[in-house]
Design a protein around this ligand. Structure first.
Ligand SMILES: Cc1cc2nc3c(=O)[nH]c(=O)nc-3n(C[C@H](O)[C@H](O)[C@H](O)COP(=O)(O)O)c2cc1C
Length: 368
């Protein structure tokens, strides 16, 4: 079933294998995508859909060194190289729109300001990746440090952050992307509004579930207003205690979020399942419940193998399966699945920062 074509919005995907969004921290000065990144993504164009690495919607939205942005003309031009290369290789690509919220560091913020969040809460032990000596990604000399203490967004600033998402979505279309994925997962800004323990606000954006979902709703509406609902996906990570975030009633919270997104009619809901070894798997009953609440396309990611993916598609609660780490070391992953070739393991030390090594050089091994 994984090789059965799938219609997503106006796109026709040749298979149901999606490349999951993966930060690789190799953008050039000014957080501009490079020709090397274009080569990396084009090598993976046989995926039904590629979702880009997290791409900050504003300088304030950045939390890790050398991640690309989508908030100025140079960055749009850099991404144009990427999307042109992917399209020339026969692929399709969405941009993942990212605001990290509190998961940042003053050295990455405009004027060394404090990062922003729903509330002024620190998550002890949660780290960000910075460039302490300004040497750039090719030296791979980044360092993981505790995130900086955030300040709570003022109520009248929230609309301007939603507008930043919309502006970045508009830039994504200018850069040639086929659509955008709103990053509402993994403990970043949108999650910091949704999750009950991270959000202690007493205004319209905190407290009740509809209030905690208001920011997600407003961002999604703003992005839909620019690119159309058929070009918008949203990623959420229920049941993963990412970056110090825990919700008191995650099943109810995230079924509520799925309902909001269903009402808004987004093209897909992308569920990042827990992928850490020490977190239990997501119960199948919850995935089936999501299917009942959300009528659009459902995509799942997290430790999928070919056989788990086929089982999920057959069971009916998944339409598309996203693969992360397998795509790092196996640019030709769909062919490997189809031919039954073995998969290569990705080298962790090359995940973030560095050169072509562990990035584009896996393509030298097209077959086992
Ligand atoms: C190096 C690396 C970078 C990642 N960066 C992102 C990211 O930018 N945005 C995101 O939503 N998830 C990110 N993820 C999570 C993946 O999208 C995916 O959910 C996770 O790797 C589990 O899938 P897998 O078991 O197939 O690797 C990243 C994962 C890895 C390994």
């Amino acid at each position: 079933m994984i090789f059965t074509p799938y219609g997503l919005g106006e796109l026709s995907l040749p298979n149901r294998i999606v490349m999951a969004p993966m930060t690789r921290s190799r953008a050039a000065d000014g957080n501009v995508p490079t020709p090397l990144m274009a080569e990396y993504y084009a090598q993976r164009a046989s995926a039904g859909l590629i979702i880009s690495e997290g791409t900050q919607i504003s300088q304030q939205g950045q939390g890790f060194a050398w991640t690309p942005g989508l908030h100025n003309e140079e960055q749009v031009a850099g991404w144009r190289l990427v999307t042109d290369a992917v399209h020339a290789a026969g692929g399709r690509m969405f941009a993942q729109l990212w605001h990290v919220g509190r998961i940042s560091h003053t050295s990455l913020q405009p004027d060394d300001a404090a990062p922003v969040s729903s509330s002024a809460l620190v998550s002890p032990g949660v780290k960000v990746y910075i460039d302490p000596d300004g040497r750039g990604p090719q030296h791979g000399s980044g360092e993981f440090v505790q995130h900086s203490e955030p300040r709570a967004l003022l109520k009248d600033e929230i609309a301007s952050v939603a507008q930043d998402f919309a502006d970045a979505a508009s830039n994504a279309l200018k850069a040639g992307f086929d659509g955008v994925e709103i990053h509402g997962a993994n403990g970043y800004l949108i999650t910091q509004f949704i999750d009950s323990q991270a959000n202690t606000r007493s205004d319209d954006y905190g407290g009740s579930l509809p209030n905690r979902l208001r920011f997600l709703r407003e961002v999604t509406e703003a992005v839909i207003g620019v690119v159309g609902r058929h070009r918008v996906g949203v990623r959420l990570s229920p049941l993963a205690s990412h970056r110090g975030l825990v919700d008191d009633t995650p099943l109810a919270t995230y079924l509520g979020a799925a309902k909001v997104l269903d009402e808004l009619g987004v093209a897909y809901l992308h569920i990042a399942e827990p992928d850490q070894e020490d977190v239990p798997d997501m119960p199948t009953a919850f995935k089936e419940a999501l299917r009942l609440v959300f009528s659009g396309t459902l995509m799942f990611a997290g430790k999928y193998t070919l056989s788990r993916a086929e089982a999920a598609l057959e069971a009916g609660w998944a339409d598309l399966i996203a693969f992360g780490r397998p795509f790092i070391a196996n640019p030709d992953l769909p062919a490997r699945f189809r031919e039954g070739w073995p998969l290569r393991d990705a080298e962790r030390s090359h995940f973030f920062g560095g050169t072509d090594v562990g990035f584009t050089d896996y393509s030298n091994f097209q077959q086992s």
